[in-house]
Write a protein that binds this ligand. Structure first.
Ligand SMILES: NC(=O)C1=CN([C@@H]2O[C@H](COP(=O)(O)OP(=O)(O)OC[C@H]3O[C@@H](n4cnc5c(N)ncnc54)[C@H](O)[C@@H]3O)[C@@H](O)[C@H]2O)C=CC1
Ligand SMILES: O=C(O)C1=N[C@H](C(=O)O)C[C@H](O)C1
Length: 264
């Protein structure tokens, strides 16, 4: 039997790719497409909006359908609604929205007591693999003579609302934990003076339609290592989220990561 899924934020850039890929996947059945009622395409057929032709599923803000998993790519308020929907439906939740505030994060942790939740700032396989590689690098370089400076650059499309990306922040958190770094700064201007070692700096670039790239720089005296991971379109995130929904449906309550989903 296919796993029944719902998508929250279904008319968005990511939502449309989830509708397209989710409706093609024979192991899944797309049963609900949620959207904000003020969206200009609210009420329209979700397949038409996604550019794949009529699916017979409309963009709604409520439904009588039951589903085993809900995938959220929306905004913080939408994420809040998705958590409530998942708890009410006793469904698994895939939480992909970034830029969440502490109140939303606390709500996710609380909900994980009653439902299974996969929560990750990036559902991409190569991004999660690069995170592992960065942890290895950070561990190896933490005590290197002369020190290793870590800086994180990310590039995204002009429409992105949060900065730096959730993925950049996660890279920084993982590296900081390994290297014992406590200071996180965002860009530099004026005369900040000599760079302290105990610092990770984030640089966020917003141009055009870039679907996302991250470069993590480990700068030593005499040599530099850079790890770059780059999406060429959004399907790496959408297919990862669908894989996460299959993984989580029917699992016991708890918080799961993409490492759990991907077996990394
Ligand atoms: N974890 C991951 O792998 C990835 C995460 N993201 C994150 O996903 C989020 C969405 O990204 P995009 O699709 O590019 O944004 P988008 O702005 O194109 O789509 C967001 C959609 O959510 C809808 N929405 C707003 N309020 C809502 C509500 N209360 N209930 C349901 N839907 C609501 C909007 O109308 C819009 O259609 C962002 O936070 C982004 O950073 C994006 C790509 C990958
Ligand atoms: O908004 C986006 O587009 C993306 N957001 C996520 C993030 O903030 O990390 C993931 C990906 O980089 C695309």
């Amino acid at each position: 039997m296919p796993i029944t899924i719902a998508i929250n934020g279904a008319a968005g850039r990511m939502g449309q790719r989830l509708v397209a890929l989710g409706s093609e996947d024979k192991s899944l059945e797309l049963v609900a497409c949620f959207e904000y009622s003020g969206h200009p395409k609210f009420g329209q057929d979700a397949g038409d909006v996604a550019g794949i032709g009529e699916l017979g599923l409309h963009l709604v803000d409520q439904t009588d359908e039951t589903y085993e998993a809900i995938i959220d790519f929306s905004v913080p308020e939408g994420a809040h609604a998705a958590i409530e929907r998942a708890v009410q439906a006793k469904a698994a939740l895939v939480m992909a929205t970034t830029g969440l505030e502490e109140q939303h994060k606390a709500k996710i942790r609380e909900a994980a007591n009653v439902i299974p939740i996969v929560w990750a700032p990036s559902m991409s396989t190569t991004v999660n693999l690069t995170m592992k590689l960065c942890e290895i690098a950070a561990d190896a370089l933490k005590d290197i003579q002369g020190g290793a400076d870590v800086e994180i650059m990310e590039r995204h499309h002009r429409y992105k609302e949060d900065s730096p990306s959730g993925t950049a922040l996660r890279f920084g958190e993982l590296i900081a934990n390994k290297m014992g770094i406590t200071k996180h700064i965002h860009g530099r201007e004026g005369r900040p003076g000599k760079r302290p070692h105990d610092e990770i700096a984030y640089h966020a670039i917003r141009t055009g339609d870039n679907p996302g790239e991250h470069t993590i720089i480990f700068g030593l005296l005499g040599e530099t290592m850079e790890l770059t991971v780059r999406a060429s379109n959004r399907d790496c995130y959408a297919s990862g989220a669908l894989q996460a929904a299959k993984f989580a449906a029917g699992k016991k309550p708890g918080l799961y990561s993409m490492n759990d989903v991907l077996g990394l």
